[in-house]
Design a protein around this ligand. Sequence first.
Ligand code: ARG
Ligand code: ZN
Length: 847
Amino acid sequence: QTIYLADYQPFGWTIDSVELTFRLFPEATRVLSRIRFAPNPKAPSSGKDFFLHGELLRLISARIDGQEITPVVTPTGLRCAVPSGPFLWEAEVEIAPAANTALEGLYMSNGMYCTQCEAEGFRKITYYPDRPDVMATFKVRIEADLPVLLSNGNPLGQGAGWAEWQDPWPKPAYLFALVAGDLVAHRDSFTTQSGRKVDLAIWVRPGDEDRCAYAMDSLIRSMRWDEEVYGREYDLDIFNIVAVDDFNMGAMENKGLNIFNSKLVLASPETATDDDYARIESVIAHEYFHNWTGNRTTCRDWFQLCLKEGLTVFRDQQFSGDMRSGAVKRIEDVALLRARQFREDQGPLAHPVRPESFVEINNFYTATIYEKGAEIIGMLKTLVGDADYARALDLYFDRHDGEAATIEDWLRVFEDVTGRDLAAFKRWYGQAGTPRLKVAETWEDGTYTLHFEQENPATPGQPHKDAKVIPIAVGLLNPNGDEVVGTTVLEMTQAAQSFRFEGLATKPIPSILRGFSAPVVLQRTTTSAEQAFLLAHDTDLFNRWEAGRALAKSALLAMVQEGAAPAPQWLEALAGLALDPELDPAFRALALRLPGEDELAQALYDAGATPDPDRIQAARREASQALAAKLAPGLPALIAAMSETGAFSADAKAAGRRALKAAALMLQARLDAGQAATAGFASASNMTDQVGALSALLAIGEGQAELQAFEKRWGGNALVMDKWFALQILHAAPERAAELTAELTAHPAFDWKNPNRFRSVLGSLAGNHAGFHRADGAGYRLLADWLLKIDPLNPQTAARMSTAFETWGRYDANRQGHAKAQLDRILAATGLSRDLKEMASRMRGSI
Ligand code: ARG
Ligand code: ZN
């Protein structure tokens, strides 16, 4: 059943307050609710049919104003007659958290009770209008024979076997949370700018408390940053974070009680890589920032999901940029946007940042809604400028505090502050697809003109698109390397538009789309000499990286398509940069990273070719080999220079040095048959170095002894073992990847019901491009087997992992046939979840 944005109707009642009592037992938990409803004056009379959502609940009793009633109960909820005025609803239901394998609602993870209610999990806890525009204050009583009992808000009281919590801030049910278990806290505190002291605690299983320091430090820095940059102060006496081992997503912003996948909390130098540290910092910030962008102001309905997610991703990206190098962070974010969101936008799952319909909302927690949603905020900020952005945000927080808002509300604050008309800009929310931006130039009598043309390709259900408003940040350089026009934002509003720069002495070299000022594909015919020039001279660090990226991409595509040798100009430019001691090591490491196989496949497909995964893989390997040979004289010294001797630091500077060292080690392995990497593995004193050395060995088909040693050392640590599973599959030779994956699914540590473990094995198969897209269909078959196996237990994880198939249309008829056969096999399965069914149908082109 499809839900449409156009059908939105307010709920017929408002809720004054909610009181919940939980009597926790694994097989039979009792949930008692007391809810005060009143007619909603803003709802039309057609909406006065009283319906409460409820799924997998056993109704014990229901009362209205104290009178026992017998509602009509269906698998999705209940209906009953209600008084015309305000009334008290009381119900008692029974649920079975231990049997909840979907990890949505109230469930158990390693003996601990926890919840995940976004988007529609609360209806698996009790009967309720489970929609984000119904906001209420919650009082919660938990009864259980467990030492730690947590819920949202401030503690009211506790005793032996019980605890009570009161959340003074009205919230939708998706922000409800409850945790109960045998947990220990890592504590600290934060004093807000107005002088209120907030108690902070990160709750983990006994034994994990010494791996919480970085998450706590990130939380404190996030709280300070949101005060300083957005003027947002925390609003409760206590802030709790809980780490959970079985979690479908990254983390959840429940009011005052954030629940996290343990991989995004627990870190120590020995067990976490620098990438893990960076993700912890950004997700801790993300969830904390939701307190204002998501919780105090929430979404009217789930079509507005990007209202909170796009904005909160944008805020966490700003934060990480401020904590680390802004340019390096931007490069990483754009690389991820292209790898995930552009891929989505160019395939059968393309959808607008604000969709118009959905079958299962869990399928819309996508790169488009999160990452493209964040890009839209960035473009708005670029267009209106920093000062007006700040004013608009102040107005947004002020005007919509305590409300459930829409994209229209969001854009209106910008219109009111700036006097601009954002009707054309709004198309970014409604139209899917990645615009192509074509550029040409003319030079005449000291006038340089850039001619832009935008093309908005058709996407499923959207054959025609209007022109977008595209902010194009441009700078101009002289042939001697001086900047003659500093960064200027051109505002493109039409399908084709030209911009003139006058009074120039010589024809300039343009640096276009600086900082990636819009999520578009730039199409420009240029020379490798010009790209090498920009790589060496651009003042915009992002575009320096971009120039190197373009060089690498054209070199690799020529290798795949024409069997060309690696372009000398590219090798030359990259070698100069890699060994330039003036440049930030983190930036150099990023520049050395070759475009991925999936990205190259997409580029070939865009150019009208049929990508051959084996040839792409071979070309990439050959390019690495050539780069290694080119850099050979400098590599040992580079590795030595980047090797830390003092105490471990997780900061961006130290991490950048380790990243460059790992990149150099990866190349060196191609020259010395892994000698340096073997030594590096043996002497590694932190997980980043260990993973770097192991990856370098696996990439050249070595490292079996090291894999064994790694397993022996880390067999007891699930998060580290996830890396062990993932690394060997990601680096497996294409002809071995499916077989190795199948073998590892028989490993005693393959706990397939754990989403992290499932992802580390099957997700890595999907991430091994040539292995997954193997010509005999073995990769597709194995993944489909496991999707069908996990779907009845955990539909969300099945649906998410199924996106591995979204690119099937790029490949040859043989591969397409194999992929379609697997999608059809999935669709033919009996009892398929709504989640996986929607995904497979969309990918198959049948929705
Ligand atoms: N709001 C959470 C976050 O972005 C994600 C929750 C996703 N839940 C889901 N069922 N898909 O931080
Ligand atoms: Zn979020």
